[in-house]
Design a protein around this ligand. Structure first.
Ligand SMILES: *Cc1c(COP(=O)(O)O)cnc(C)c1O
Length: 454
């Protein structure tokens, strides 16, 4: 602490120590007595002292000890952690969208633990393809001739456009030039793929003749984007898929249907969503969709369609850059297997189950939670989320807590596990559509410093 040449006189030392209105880092580290890597505790002590010094307020060891412990505790816990979703939004993008089915989790664990036949054909003893674990299932479930899986839905759209229309024109209705979420905009993805956008029609109405007039020698593809996260209501017109498919065939163009969300099985609030099978049967040469939004599976992007159309995507250099990792392959295979039995998919895929659960069951859960925490059971409106079915309202129930909504919500986020509630009409509400029965007992209102004071 002292320069080597400093006189080590007792008087000098005494004065120097007492002159500082802050403890030394060493002393604070010892006083905090944390069971954590030394460097982490030193860093926490140093930053706690530095902050106090910057504020100009003096501090003793006792003032700073708890701050250091809290900081060390926070830094020792994983940053990515489980939270309880009390928002009523099933596929909440900020909360990781879809919780996986138990079967998918098991397959992830098993695949992660050891080596696997990810790219080995066990029969032939030759190099195989990771797609071989998914393609037969996707063909079976969608009726398509071929399938390819990539890292997410956006990647699927990018790859489809790059493989089929780079350097040429893609015709898209003005009503479908949308932003899908967090800056993912159809016109920009199109530009990145190397294709050129040819807009047709108007925001609310586009007719077959609009597409027809736009087709020229440079046209490579027609793209239809499913309005999964928005709706144009009122005086609207959109060309049905079979009519567009006829036009594409006549002019030998690729037809790409970006479903995004939608449904694989028709169930509950998803009953009116276009299914992948319908899109394939309707003549879309390539259908793209999202593994978590549409299936309640892992993050993935899926392309299904004609053998040649999919093969062009498979051969494109981007396919390698966008490929799906092995843990997602494992989870996606297990999730797809569940869809072979739609009733089982409804029971075992948490996102489907949460979206389709009868409101009476949600209410019963809210009543049990209110008994534990206090507060009133209230009617709420849940959502599918993730940009899917923006207008679909899921009748739901929650517990409105007594107290300042913002303070309660902040305290719940700090509890362990963190609980993400929602603030409705000035009240902090725990929506029970997205809480599971076995999660109720984990919801707790922290009290005391930093928590909620009654
Ligand atoms: C969500 C969505 C995508 C992107 O899918 P991600 O899996 O989020 O990348 C693409 N198209 C549509 C229509 C979507 O709704």
């Amino acid at each position: 602490m002292y320069p080597a040449e400093a006189p080590a006189s007792a008087g000098y030392r005494f004065e120097a120590v007492n002159a500082s209105p802050y403890p030394s880092v060493d002393a604070l580290v010892r006083a905090a007595d944390c069971d954590a890597p030394h460097g982490l505790v030193v860093e926490a002590a140093r930053s706690a002292i530095a902050e106090r010094r910057a504020s100009g307020e003096p501090a003793t060891i006792d003032d700073l000890r708890e701050t250091v412990r809290e900081r060390v505790g926070r830094r020792s816990r994983p940053s990515l952690q489980r939270v309880l979703n009390a928002t009523g939004v099933v596929l909440h993008t900020n909360l990781g969208r879809a919780p996986l089915a138990a079967a998918a989790v098991e397959r992830i664990t098993e695949t992660a633990r050891g080596w696997s036949n990810l790219e080995l054909d066990l029969e032939a003893g030759r190099r195989g393809s990771r797609q071989a674990h998914l393609e037969p299932l996707l063909r079976e479930l969608t009726g398509a001739a071929a399938a390819l899986c990539v890292n997410n839905g956006a990647a699927a759209v990018l790859l489809a456009l790059a493989a089929h229309a780079a350097g040429r024109e893609v015709v898209v209705s003005r009503g479908e030039l949308v932003e899908i979420g967090d800056g993912f905009r159809i016109p920009e993805v199109l530009e990145q793929s190397g294709a050129r956008l040819r807009e047709v029609g108007t925001t609310n109405r586009t007719r077959l003749a609009d597409y027809e007039r736009a087709i020229g020698p440079d046209t490579a593809a027609l793209l239809r984007v499913h309005p999964s996260n928005y709706r144009v209501l009122g005086f609207t017109e959109r060309v049905e898929l079979p009519a567009l498919a006829g036009l594409a065939r006549e002019h030998r163009l690729a037809l790409i249907e970006d479903l995004g969300s939608g449904a694989l099985a028709s169930a509950g609030p998803l009953a009116d969503e276009p299914t992948v099978r319908e899109a394939v049967a309707g003549g879309a040469g390539l259908v793209t969709f999202s593994g978590d939004k549409l299936l309640g599976g892992p993050q993935a992007g899926i392309l299904v369609g004609g053998a040649e159309a999919v093969e062009a995507c498979r051969r494109h250099p981007l396919a390698r850059a966008l490929r799906l990792d092995k843990l997602s392959v494992a989870a996606l295979e297990a999730t797809l297997v569940l869809y072979r039995e739609p009733e089982r998919a409804l029971r075992e895929i948490p996102a489907l189950r949460a979206a389709c659960e009868p409101a009476a069951d949600v209410r019963a859960r809210a009543e049990r939670l209110a008994e534990r925490l206090g507060g009133q059971v209230v009617e709420t409106v849940g959502r599918i989320g993730g940009g899917a079915l923006p207008l679909a309202e899921l009748p739901s129930f929650g517990v409105a807590l007594d107290g300042s909504a913002d303070e309660l919500a902040a305290a719940l986020r700090r509890s362990r596990p963190p609980v993400v509630a929602r603030v409705v009409d000035g009240a902090c509400v725990l929506d029970c559509r997205t809480l599971r029965d076995d999660e109720l007992e984990l919801v707790d209102l922290p009290r005391g410093p930093g928590g909620v004071t009654a």
